[in-house]
Write a protein that binds this ligand. Structure first.
Ligand SMILES: [Fe+2]
Length: 153
């Protein structure tokens, strides 16, 4: 099965630790794609997509908190605008989650899940390439470490 999304070198923000987190997000969106692809054959009582989505939301919150913390530490001038995009994205994903949970049948759940998957892919790629690269340039100019000096997990 073709992957919904996979890492490309052009996504790199040139800070290894952030790249690793972005790779994890991409992997989690791809996991969601796998569950959504299987979903139509299942007759589960509970929304299986929602469980995978909850893990993605949790990890996204952690990742955004890390980025925002680094932006404050490095006194990034566009911090407020960037944080607002993160907050708005979390709101949007939680809206999808509510729509998924409120669906009465599998086919309407599947339509919402597919719409959400396209939106997640589009948002993440545009955000990494168009928005995150701006803060990484700022941080690298101020001496942020490009690669891990030590690995701690
Ligand atoms: Fe970001």
């Amino acid at each position: 099965m073709a992957a919904a999304i996979s890492w490309k070198d052009e996504y790199s923000v040139n800070i290894q630790e952030i790249d690793e987190q972005h790779k994890m997000l991409i992997q989690m969106i791809d996991d969601l794609f796998v569950v959504i692809s299987r979903n139509k054959e299942q007759t589960l009582e509970e929304c299986e997509v929602c469980k995978v989505l909850e893990r993605l939301i949790d990890y996204t919150r952690i990742h955004f908190a890390v980025e925002e913390s680094l932006m404050r530490i490095f006194d990034y001038p566009d911090y407020e605008a960037h944080k607002a995009m993160h907050d708005q994205f979390i709101d949007e994903v939680m809206m999808f989650e509510r729509r998924l949970k409120s669906n009465k049948n599998k086919s309407s759940e599947q339509l919402v899940a597919i719409e959400m998957l396209f939106r997640l892919k589009e948002w993440l790629v545009n955000h990494i390439v168009g928005i995150d690269k701006a803060y990484s340039r700022h941080m690298l100019n101020r001496g942020a470490a490009k690669s891990w000096i030590r690995k701690f997990w």
